[in-house]
Design a protein around this ligand. Structure first.
Ligand code: PSU
Ligand code: MN
Length: 312
């Protein structure tokens, strides 16, 4: 096929997702960097299975997104999911890397930014993850600001996360999101959640208390011609949270170690997450799994509310 600008994106849908599209059923996108760079095997694969089951139980269809053999895969069947979860050298794909990975046939896991791009190409409007990337501590020196923030400003997908990861500078992350015009909507509380903890100590700019209001805001952005998505910040379930006071010295230690070891760029977030799993003796991993599952359930509700609103 000649590579003209009109050649469509190389997308391959899983049968379950194809059926859902044909029947106009609600679909929730899921990312894959959380599997390859965010959690160890086999917990990553177990989590992926649980999250997909949670979405089905909540009345929507899950579509885990990754790049394999030159295709954007929208929905991974068990064999592909298992292979990806065990791939140690998968590329970590953001907006900058997606085309190279596809064109060179490499295996790649999509971050929040790349998953938003792929979901949008596939017509999926709601996406669940753990926590988005943001402005790293010390960004005034390193300039390390996740491409997730720019993507939220330009791609029309509602992203459900437990806030930005608490390893980041959350106040600076909020400032950048405000500058970029990204709505940050806390779900059911005034405080901005902090990933493993319910309260970051910062007030979220916006608050909504129902999935249907979140769906209505998503649709209103389109009516206004506003590009970009929404960040829905869903606090981790109470029974699963780790208090911020327990975590903050451990996060500070992990950040100091990353700096001492010269960890940079794409390696920073995976290093910090895995170091914090070690420092909390696995507690942060259990919390991470609980918050992703909770985000998936809320995302399914939002996707269903969107489908209802479209019919009305
Ligand atoms: N949520 C998690 N674990 C993760 C991530 C999200 O619970 O590992 C991933 C997402 O793919 C997000 C990425 O886009 O971390 C952020 O990476 P960076 O800070 O390098 O932009
Ligand atoms: Mn970065």
């Amino acid at each position: 096929m000649p590579a003209t600008p009109d050649t469509p994106a190389p997308i391959r849908y899983a049968p379950e997702v194809l059926d859902a599209r044909a029947a106009d059923q609600p679909i929730v996108a899921l990312e894959s960097t959380i599997l390859t760079h965010g959690m160890p095997y086999p917990q990553n694969l177990q989590m992926a299975g649980q999250v997909e089951a949670d979405i089905r139980a909540s009345g929507a269809v899950p579509a885990t997104i990754a790049v394999m053999e030159g295709h954007i895969r929208i929905g991974l069947e068990p064999e592909a999911l298992s292979r990806l979860a065990q791939t140690r050298d998968a590329m970590k794909l953001s907006r900058a890397d997606l085309a190279v990975a596809l064109a060179s046939g490499r295996i790649g896991a999509t971050t929040v930014a790349a998953t938003m791009i792929c979901a949008h190409l596939a017509g999926i409007e709601v996406f669940a993850t753990g926590g988005i990337g943001g402005v790293h501590r010390g960004a005034e020196i390193s300039f390390d600001i996740s491409a997730d923030l720019q993507e939220l400003a330009q791609t029309r997908v509602t992203v459900v996360a437990a806030g930005a990861k608490a390893i980041l500078d959350l106040a600076k992350t909020l400032e950048v999101l405000e500058t970029l015009g990204v709505p940050v909507i806390a779900y059911g509380q005034d405080a901005l959640p902090a990933f493993w903890s319910r309260d970051s100590g910062l007030r979220a700019p916006l608050r909504l208390d129902s999935a249907s209001e979140i769906a209505a805001s998503h649709l209103m952005r389109a009516r206004l011609g506003l590009p970009g998505g929404q960040l829905v910040a869903n606090p981790i379930p109470r029974e699963a949270e780790i208090p911020a006071s327990t975590l903050s010295p451990l996060i500070a230690q992990a950040v100091a170690e990353a700096e001492a070891q010269g960890i940079q760029a794409k390696d920073v977030t995976p290093f910090l997450l895995s170091r914090i799993v070690e420092l909390t003796e696995g507690a942060s991993l259990r919390a991470n799994i609980a918050l992703v599952r909770s985000n998936a359930r809320l995302a399914a509700e939002i996707a269903r509310a969107l489908a209802v609103a479209r019919l009305a």
